[in-house]
Ligand binder design. Sequence first.
Ligand code: ATP
Length: 248
Amino acid sequence: AQTETLLEVSNIEVIYNHVILVLKGVSLKVPKGGITALLGGNGAGKTTTLKAISNLLHSERGAVTKGSIIYRGERVQELSPEALVRRGVIQVMEGRHCFEHLTIEENLMTGAYTRSAGKAAVAADLEMVYTYFPRLRERRKSQAGYTSGGEQQMCAIGRALMSKPETILLDEPSMGLAPQLVEEIFGIVKDLNEREGVSFLLAEQNTNVALRFAHHGYILESGRVVMEGPAAELRENPDVKEFYLGVS
Ligand code: ATP
């Protein structure tokens, strides 16, 4: 059976400051129920691609100048980030971005603001987040600014979950974290994907870990997709091994 495509990015170009062409025709698909990895080195254009999808480029003086971004058959380029959240797509930004002065629980609750759900439903979702992230339950009364980098990354993902997303755009979850924590977080992403049916588009420089957890991968170089395929195939590809996995 054909899997349903949720997100389809076709041939997008992104220009910063009216002159700097950073994405030079990027196309990718995110299927329902999948973990899709967007890979590539520093500056390849991963963050720009995610921000183009969630319409967060304006504040950086960036714009999509060509191509289309379709979610569930609908063009979403003109939607505000908040309108996109209401349609089920939310971005977890690189660098975590928790509110430092709020507690972990208050941070999580801010994630529910786009919803009209009643208190009981929100409380049930908070419980769901704590079930996946027991560390957040332990730290729920702590001010986010005083928690560890790993806990802040978990808080950012947990807050996104509170909007009941269908798709999470996750930017560089491994950044700055010890290998063991990276494994823990990717393991939780996998559980959320399998048990809650959340689809992920995951930008990662850590090709090794991303290709172990993702189903499909795209490799970006200088604003272009240079390779794509099932994660298992990319892992065995000689070029990927040499240039991205550090083995040959
Ligand atoms: P990283 O992992 O370092 O975030 P990335 O693959 O996510 O890398 P982007 O952040 O998308 O890459 O950056 C792609 C290119 O766009 C880089 O050359 C970067 O210098 C440039 N760029 C990013 N933001 C801006 C901006 N606001 N103005 C001008 N150029 C920018």
